[in-house]
Ligand binder design. Structure first.
Ligand SMILES: *Cc1c(COP(=O)(O)O)cnc(C)c1O
Length: 229
């Protein structure tokens, strides 16, 4: 069933890309497998799916241990500094860097392991108090700080748009993200090459693609509703 769901989502990704006159190849569909059994990941991997997303370090480690050959594990959740050591070297991309303290920890761990870590800077576009993120002004200041860290590469920006009934309500946020990415890229900072925009989830990924998303993170539409104990 997950494979059929994935294919249906993939078709919607294709259609949204076509509407926007974009190439489907520019967009990575990340299957967000958090809370779901690794068997479902194996099933999708068998069908050729390569990109998966997790938001807890422990769960990433557990699933990574089962499967990682040819797989891109994306870390998309809030990351505590004491968990950085589990994520660096396992995740292909850490989407959720929203503080210098966290960036420094990832840099330190990357140097220790002799790797360079690709990250996205998370921007709190809707300025919601409840989400871990930052405003546009803070984002530019933070990006300048992060660009001094030698073992990090900032590949783009990430946003979690607010939950809405009508995805059109988030279109303005997605557009703002693309404008911010272009503005920040023009700063010409070292270790910064903003090609990626990680935005759009089950409720709004098509609108996000129309506005320039290069990575969409889709959980529910592929794996069904999540249950939290
Ligand atoms: C869970 C999660 C998603 C997927 O959400 P769905 O609405 O289930 O598609 C996307 N991004 C982040 C950061 C998440 O934590």
């Amino acid at each position: 069933m997950v494979t059929e769901n994935y294919k249906a989502v993939d078709r919607r990704v294709c259609e949204a890309a076509a509407r926007a006159g974009r190439d489907r190849q520019e967009i990575v569909l990340i299957a967000v497998s958090k809370t779901k059994p690794v068997e479902l990941v194996l099933e999708l991997a068998d069908a050729g799916v390569k990109d998966f997303g997790e938001n807890h370090a422990q769960e990433l480690v557990q699933k990574y241990d089962v499967i990682h050959e040819g797989i891109n594990w994306h870390f998309i959740g809030h990351l505590q500094r004491n968990k950085v050591k589990y994520v660096v070297g396992r995740a292909c991309l850490i989407h959720s860097v929203s503080s210098m303290r966290l960036a420094e920890e990832i840099n330190k761990e990357s140097l220790k392991k002799g790797v360079v870590s690709d990250i996205l800077m998370e921007v709190n576009i809707a300025e919601e108090e409840t989400k871990s993120g930052i405003s546009e002004e803070e984002a530019e200041a933070l990006l300048r700080q992060i660009s001094t860290l030698p073992a990090l590469r900032v590949k783009g920006l990430m946003a979690i748009a607010p939950p809405v009934e009508d995805p059109e309500e988030n279109r303005g946020y997605f557009r703002q993200m693309r404008e911010m990415k272009e503005k920040f890229q023009a700063l010409g900072l070292p270790h910064v090459d903003l090609t990626e925009l990680s935005m759009g989830m089950t409720g709004d990924f098509e609108v996000a693609i129309e506005e320039g998303a290069t990575m969409v993170r889709v959980g529910t539409a592929i794996f069904g509703e999540r249950r939290y104990e």
